[in-house]
Design a protein around this ligand. Sequence first.
Ligand SMILES: Nc1ncnc2c1ncn2[C@@H]1O[C@H](COP(=O)(O)OP(=O)(O)O)[C@@H](O)[C@H]1O
Ligand SMILES: [Mg+2]
Length: 261
Amino acid sequence: MQKGGVGKSTTSINTAGALNARGHDVLVVDADPQGGATLKMGLREEYRSGEFALFDVLSDMGDLTYDDLDQLIIDSAEFDIVPSHLKNFNLEKYLYSEAGGHESLRKAVDRLDTDYDFIVIDSPPNLGPLSDGALIAAENVLFPSHPNTIARDSLEILFEEIDTIEAKFDQYSITTLGAVLNEVPSQGNVAREVEEWFFETFGEDHVFDVPERDVVEHAIEYRTSIFEYDPEDAGYPWDDGPQQDVIAAYDRIADHLEQYQ
Ligand SMILES: Nc1ncnc2c1ncn2[C@@H]1O[C@H](COP(=O)(O)OP(=O)(O)O)[C@@H](O)[C@H]1O
Ligand SMILES: [Mg+2]
């Protein structure tokens, strides 16, 4: 989604957490130079001053090659992560100019030594070679958006971009896994017209609501997904109930993704 603040990083982290809770080995690749997922997981040092970055792996300029993505992986209790890095702000312009720049993330992911059941790629909030690269690498897309009419326009532009990628690289076919309607207000429902558009576009059983709840932010503060969050320990004992609602929401998404494994 070529928009900031719609919940891309939150969806990445909690979907990865949900898949981990179901026993899968999961890697999160933070392909956004802004490093939302990286910073949310508390990897500020890696983001600001880690030795190597995707920049080194994906561009001809760096010290690493496509074979070296493994070197960027950081283990954590829930899932592994390839953190973002400030250097990656320079990546887009190299990917534009290099032959095969759009396919570089795909090549690097294909050459990972470690086997994962799922790799979740968090994308930047703009259309460009990094987000195209994420689409090509994953070939499967989940669209996090806010449940409003503006989201429709953004999504329609994104669908055109996907058509363009498929026309240009005909060896790839990008599958739509569904839409995540993020931050559905607890009071009042999603406008009927908006919901209908999402149902028609994605299919009713491919649209997943995630409620707007403080507990989502509390889990991030706690540096875990919602699944490993401990409200008592975090000092928000009243989060118990809302946590179960949010867990149920991401569990539905994980259940759906398992069908594509
Ligand atoms: N379901 C939710 N309930 C409450 N806050 C949320 C929810 N989803 C996301 N947020 C908050 O909204 C902000 C933007 O989310 P984020 O995932 O960083 O968006 P993006 O990656 O698209 O820029 C963050 O502060 C996040 O904690
Ligand atoms: Mg983000």
